[in-house]
Design a protein around this ligand. Structure first.
Ligand SMILES: [Zn+2]
Length: 290
């Protein structure tokens, strides 16, 4: 008889995913139950106890006879994972640890320190400079972190212009010249970032704001409006965390004044393992050039 095998992918708030392979009886018991849940649109939490970690070109987990698979267990970790998932984690991009990943150096990344943004006069050319910094978020400007955006979809693009509340209580878009009963909320998040060389300000818009906070602008706005403790929890969880930030650096003028503006194009939490590989690769290229 052919050995039964079923492979699933798990992800969590680390921004990583891992493959879990179920063997034998696990396929028909927990495996079928999981498949049923996934097919009807539920995303069950799965705890794997006593799984075997395989270390062949990346890490994966397999069941052995003494393994236990717990579906939607009543554990604190499972509840916080569920909260994260429902609050934007579902759409968060993940990197698989079950496949060998490309080291950052070969992705044509230009690493800079915060001080180098200024010292190397980045953003002063005709075109913006694109660089990656490894930095810690030390401050979120929270008095206004998002704006009310026009939900109107024109073609395949959302208008996204700022809308204002009209006398009728609807949201008015000057560009579309239309009123809407509901508006969208989009991030316009100002944050201060720091590394060993200095500090600077950066702006994150919708996608990168969500990548940093792991929560949609609408949810965060609602939490704040309703004095929901999740508002503070989400911000505290991201403060003093290290991120790899892909920045678009460009000098911009506002009236008579000008300054270099850093826009976050992509944000991901620093993964110690991937970062170590990057540094080892970087050091070996440095020594090779002598
Ligand atoms: Zn509009």
């Amino acid at each position: 008889m052919e050995t039964q095998k079923r492979t699933i992918t798990l992800k969590d708030m680390s921004g990583r995913s891992v493959e879990v392979t179920m063997w034998g009886d696990f396929c028909n018991r927990e495996g079928s139950q999981l498949q049923g849940l996934v097919e009807c649109g539920a995303f069950p939490v799965l705890a794997v106890k006593a799984g075997k970690v395989n270390d062949y070109s990346g890490k994966s987990v397999g069941t052995i006879s003494s393994s236990q698979l717990l579906i939607n267990p009543d554990l604190a970790e499972a509840h916080s994972l569920r909260q994260w998932f429902d609050c934007g984690g579902r759409d968060a991009s993940t990197q698989s640890i079950s496949r060998d990943f490309t080291p950052a150096a070969s992705r044509n990344e230009i690493r800079k320190t915060v001080a180098q943004i200024k010292d190397d006069s980045l953003g002063m050319g005709d075109k913006p400079d694109w660089v990656t910094v490894k930095a810690t978020v030390i401050f979120f400007k929270t008095d206004s972190f998002c704006y009310t955006a026009c939900p109107n979809v024109i073609g395949d693009r959302q208008c996204n212009k700022k809308v204002t509340k009209s006398d009728s209580g609807n949201w008015l878009c000057d560009k579309c010249n239309q009123e809407f009963p509901e508006c969208d909320y989009r991030y316009l998040l100002q944050l201060q970032i720091q590394d060993h060389s200095g500090t600077t300000w950066a702006t994150a818009f919708q996608e990168s704001g969500q990548e940093i906070l792991g929560c949609s602008a609408r949810d965060l706005y609602m939490f704040k409006e309703n004095d929901d403790p999740r508002y503070t929890d989400i911000l505290i969880q991201c403060l003093y965390q290290q991120y790899l930030l892909r920045l678009k650096v460009k000098y911009e003028t506002y009236g008579d004044e000008g300054r270099v503006k850093n826009t976050v194009a992509k944000a991901e939490r620093v993964d110690p393992s991937a970062e170590s590989k990057f540094l080892i690769d970087y050091i070996s290229r440095l020594t090779a050039s002598y």
